[in-house]
Design a binder for this molecule. Structure first.
Ligand SMILES: O=C(O)CCC(=O)C(=O)O
Ligand SMILES: [Mn+2]
Length: 305
């Protein structure tokens, strides 16, 4: 998660980085957005190679992120195979995709996203049911989804930091949106170690171009038996899988606070002793410089507003 946040921060302050999207009539979306691969224009609801208002070209999706997306799809396939006792072909329910576009949204704690369908990708990609793979980081979101454009009838799930939600196949056209963000719900290490400002970062990966065959046999709708919702992997409905905390905290493990060894503490004390000896002998005062550490708010994502 720390690495993903860093990628977003680095790209987000560069050309084609975060901005606050709005509509022609002046209404603004209550989130900050950055597109990778291709630019998605909320006003026209279409993808293009450059961003209209500043002619910026969207950055490419970092390879490391593409790998995480593929890992998440592979984990879902393994899960679908096991729950179908090997008899089902998971690719028919949730086709494999290789992301070439990604929309990165940053929600402040008052951010929301209205109920909508993701249907601006190429027709062949939609017809094949290539999934949307969504990464959540930071504060928890209440995510709504359903078959009809009525959020009162929607199902609700919580998307926490590290969760991956995948919806493809028969669920590719679900209506969905974010109704609220729970303030201060991000794990402490996300705000401290990754320096994410309060809010939620969401990345939705998709495959815009698809040249293969679209003739797939969809999995029958009524075979879905939803798993109890504390499981790490949950089958929410055909074509929709939630992988709880799939994105690990960082490479070193969840609470990677470096605990110094006794030897390191001794060396540190010796150095401090030598320094104080040096300064006590001369008329110089020890320079008082604030340490550069993660508390400095430099590099807090995003920095543009
Ligand atoms: O933030 C989310 O979880 C959903 C984002 C989304 O639906 C979108 O970008 O199209
Ligand atoms: Mn969407």
């Amino acid at each position: 998660q720390v690495k993903i946040i860093k990628h977003c921060r680095d790209l987000g302050v560069g050309p084609g980085g975060f901005y606050q999207p709005g509509y022609r009539e002046g209404a603004k979306l209550s989130l900050r957005m950055m597109c990778l691969g291709k630019n998605w224009d909320p006003d026209s609801g279409s993808y293009g190679d450059i961003r209209r208002f500043d002619a910026a070209q969207p950055p490419k999706i970092p390879e490391e992120l593409t790998k995480y997306v593929k890992d998440a799809i592979a984990a879902s396939h393994e899960f679908l195979k096991q729950r179908g006792k090997g008899a089902t072909n998971p690719d028919a329910e949730l086709p494999v995709m290789s992301p070439d576009i990604c929309i990165v949204n940053f929600y402040t704690t008052s951010g929301k996203l209205g109920f909508h369908q993701d249907n601006n990708e190429q027709r062949s990609s939609l017809a094949r049911g290539l999934p949307v793979v969504s990464f959540s980081l930071g504060d928890t979101a209440e995510f709504l989804y359903g078959d009809v454009r009525d959020d009162d009838k929607a199902s609700k799930i919580k998307l926490e930091s590290g969760d991956v939600l995948i919806f493809g196949g028969q669920s590719r056209h679900i209506f969905h949106g974010v109704s609220s963000i729970a303030p201060k719900s991000a794990p402490l290490w996300v705000t401290d170690k990754a320096n994410l400002r309060p809010g939620r970062l969401n990345l939705t990966f998709r495959q815009y171009n698809y040249k293969g065959s679209v003739n797939v046999t969809p999995a029958p709708f009524d075979t879905c038996v939803c798993d109890n919702n504390t499981a790490p992997l949950q089958h929410l409905r055909p074509g929709m899988v939630l992988l709880k905390k799939f994105l690990k905290a960082n490479d070193q493990g969840r609470n990677a606070i470096n605990i110094p060894t006794l030897m390191e503490i001794c060396v540190h004390l010796m150095v401090l002793n030598l320094i104080s000896l040096k300064y006590s002998r001369s008329s110089w005062k020890m320079p008082l410089k604030p340490p550069m550490n993660s508390w400095s708010k430099e590099g807090v994502l995003p920095m543009l507003w």
